[in-house]
Design a protein around this ligand. Sequence first.
Ligand code: NDP
Length: 285
Amino acid sequence: MSSALRTLKFPGRIGLGTWHMGSSASQRAREVAAVSHALSVGYRLFDTAEMYADGGAERVLGEALKRFGLARRAELMIVSKVLPGNASRVGTIHACEASIRRLGCEYLDLYLLHWPGRHAFTETLKGFQELWQRQLIRHFGVSNLDLRDMQQWLDAENRVGLNSSSVECNQIYYSVEARGSEYRLLPWQRQHGIQTMAYSPLGQGSLTEHPELRRLARQRDVSAAQIALAWCIREPDVIAIPKSIDPKRIEDNFNAAQLTLTLSELAQIDRVFPPPHSQKPLQTL
Ligand code: NDP
């Protein structure tokens, strides 16, 4: 199972986030149109979760996927997440089945534990194993796990008979203003071949107004959002999943994958958003 799972290859470096979609009936048509627009400009990676609007975001995504056509399902990477409270063996299986029903797709490409909770990792892993055997998920991963959690996760994989490590991705908060993971987690994940998916890469929108990013953006004739995203994905094992329901922003964000920042630009960003080694080391890790 392990070698079959460790083949995760993302379709592109920028995916679409869906948090906050599906919570308002009056916004639904606009949100479905936004996801459809993302599909038409080339997005192939979509991130959602059972938590988002109690399944509402999965329904919005499912509606857009239906319009795109399930014949083209193989082009896509659909990511969803199980809530920690549901992450027992049986609960994980039921949660995944429900997500697949709402999305209207036959399987998930990547299924994540949303964050660590009361259920033992071994239980969640047994659920993931069964889902994989039934071909309901292609890959599994985690989200919001720190280094100690990740080490415990790998121990749990060994206990359920998986070779270390089968987990393929950790989705974490990572942006110019959230660089703590660079201190130990990212190097460790790199060493273990575990890819990183950066969530809230635009600081939930606030970074798009940051004066320093805007200054750098003006010099390159791009947007501050593109600078923030290009920075996030500057290493090949990190991808980012900005959310937007605005067609122009959706395009703007997607095109950030074409932007390579210069060493001088990276140094200027470091001065304003210092990397963690120049701060106090994280004692808890
Ligand atoms: P983002 O950093 O992606 O920012 C989204 C906000 O920025 C929205 O308000 C959006 O508004 C605005 N925005 C997007 N693009 C632009 C742009 N080019 N210019 C100006 N404003 C812009 O925050 P999220 O927290 O949504 O993170 C992205 C995704 O990551 C989520 O949607 C979710 O899928 C995932 N996530 C996962 C978490 C986890 O625990 N695993 C936690 C948080 C997020 P508008 O839509 O109006 O354009």
